[in-house]
Design a protein around this ligand. Structure first.
Ligand code: TYM
Length: 512
């Protein structure tokens, strides 16, 4: 009896951020994961709503159920339908020189999300995580982070709206403040329950989860999203192995004053030798890497791809292939874009009309140009290009449209106070810059996204500062400030009058 239980336990599937292994039948039971983790399956209706509100055909990963689970993706879509934007957050743990094809899955999907929804993106490289878990020097992890970032950038993210950061280099006050607040909400017992920590775990590992949780809150990135924890909601695309981090994050979100991050989660791209195996950098035949040559791709697929086809040609013709376990078929589901062609291959191979060698050749023909194109794009990612992605002082103007409603309200209020009447200014960005100059940018605003909603803290500091620095009537600074405001108001009034005069003239001309 005891033996049976032990055997059963041994063959239980394991899915954690650090280990993924299939159950006794060699498969991952995704329905079970959804039940155990408490997320929801993505249904047809949600996909249709995404297509409607983005006016974009769903990505094959979404159409084919490869991104299959979510947490509150429906709420992000509902808010988006009403005009509210959000930001995307994803990441990579840099533990090897190059990415394997499975790693491309979340990045290709994130790129599609960024283009379809037209939203900004932050990408975390957890060099600290890999240092804490792997037998690697921190300096190596930092170097790998930059190397991996080149492959990530090669996926085609918009450099204007994408911020890539590595933990060991970016860690800043706003980030740390979020981490500490999150850490205080989670007990060691809870962390053991979620992540399986034991007495042997080093304390860096135990303290790490808040590092991956923090970027779910926009105020970790003041230069992009301002300093208000609720300036934007966050959507995280990843494979389902990362779910524990964000289950924890969602549990503490309200307690630290933020929104719960939403998630969109994928199945695993299986290892070359079958779903029960692991893609590992230490076994090059277990995966195809984005650095592999055409010859390596061909050899790996022909020699090592696990086949669900018959053992002999006769058997294959007689029974057809078992598509449930066949790796070439599963990989084509990820990377062959043409739905019709895919369906035809499934029917022919499943019925025995197509042989294993043929489907493997189709896979070689799909993957070789895909990997070669990736390599060409990566060669264009120079250090200068990479620096643009890593730049934490990215011009905040780019993000003005994220907060337009808030800005218009704020600007209207300011103009009224200034006595300039209703805003007719088309160039809101220039107007906000002018407003900042006139008000005098405070310490807290420096490097902070222009126009983003202000945090409660910021509003309190500004009030205190204004009370403290309130100029006495007749003082030099008061006179200077009043003169500036007057000049700006006069300029505005003159422009308005000129516009009105021009309109008047045009009307007269029309009449005539
Ligand atoms: P890492 O480097 O293990 O994996 C990077 C991303 O790839 C996904 N992934 C896969 N997707 C499909 N099939 C596979 N076989 C496969 N293997 C890995 C992972 O789910 C992940 O999305 N701790 C993280 C880095 C991280 C992160 C994040 C990931 C930091 N912040 C936010 C997602 C979202 C890690 O080590 O990922």
């Amino acid at each position: 009896m005891t033996t049976t239980t032990e055997e059963e336990e041994e063959s239980e599937q394991v899915v954690t951020p650090w280990d993924v292994s299939a159950g006794a039948d060699g498969k991952i039971d995704y329905a079970k994961l959804v039940r155990e983790f408490g997320c929801s399956e993505i249904d047809k209706n949600l996909i249709e709503r995404i297509e409607m509100c983005t006016q974009t055909k769903a990505h094959p990963f979404l159409r084919r159920g490869l991104f299959f689970a979510h947490r509150e993706l429906d709420e992000i879509v509902t808010a988006y339908e009403k005009g509210e934007k959000f930001y995307l957050y994803t990441g990579r743990g840099p533990s090897s020189e190059s990415l394997h094809l499975g790693h491309l899955v979340p990045f290709q999907f994130t790129k599609w999300l960024q283009d379809a929804f037209k939203v900004p993106l932050v990408i975390q490289l957890t060099d600290d995580e890999k240092f804490l878990w792997k037998d690697l020097q921190l300096e190596d992890c930092r170097r790998l982070a930059r190397e991996n970032a080149k492959d990530i950038a090669a996926c085609g993210f918009n450099p204007e709206t994408t911020f890539i950061f590595a933990d060991a280099s970016y860690m800043c006050s706003s980030f740390y403040v979020n981490m500490v607040k999150i850490a205080k909400c989670v007990t060691f017992n809870q962390a053991k329950g979620i992540f399986g920590f034991t007495g042997d775990s080093n304390i860096g590992q135990i303290g790490f989860p808040p590092v991956q949780a923090a970027p779910s809150f926009p105020d970790c990135f003041p230069h992009m999203f301002g300093m208000n924890k609720k300036s934007l909601k966050c959507l995280i695309p990843c494979a389902i192995d990362q779910d524990p981090y964000f289950r924890m994050t969602r549990d503490v979100s309200h307690r630290i004053g933020g929104y719960k991050p939403a998630l969109v989660e994928s199945r695993f791209f299986p290892a070359l030798k079958g779903e029960s195996g692991k893609m590992s950098a230490s076994d090059p035949t277990s995966a195809i890497y984005v650095t592999d040559t055409a010859k390596e791709i061909k050899n790996k697929i022909n020699k090592h791809a696990f086949s669900g086809g018959g053992a002999t040609i006769e058997e294959q013709r007689e029974n057809g292939a078992n598509l449930e376990v066949d790796v070439p078929w599963k990989w084509l589901n990820f990377f062959l874009e043409d739905d019709e062609k895919l369906k035809e291959i499934g029917e022919k191979y499943g019925s025995g009309e197509m042989l294993t060698g043929e489907i493997k050749q189709i896979l070689v023909d799909v993957l070789t140009p895909m990997v070669e194109d990736h390599q060409k794009r990566r060669a264009l990612v120079t250090d200068e290009v990479l620096d643009v992605y890593f730049n934490p002082t990215k011009t905040p103007k780019v993000f003005l449209d994220l907060f337009r409603e808030y800005e218009e309200k704020e600007f209207g209020k300011w103009e009224k106070k200034k006595g300039g009447g209703d805003s007719e200014n088309d160039d809101l960005c220039a107007a906000l810059e002018e407003k900042m100059k006139l008000e005098g940018a405070t310490e807290n605003e420096e490097g902070c996204a222009i126009g983003a909603p202000k945090s409660e803290d910021w509003l309190r500091i500004r009030k205190e500062r204004m009370q403290r620095d309130a100029p006495t009537e007749g003082s030099k600074s008061a006179l200077k400030k009043a003169a500036k405001i007057k000049a700006a108001a006069e300029k505005k009034a003159a422009e308005k009058a000129a516009k009105a005069a021009a309109r008047g003239e045009a009307a007269t001309c029309n009449k005539n």
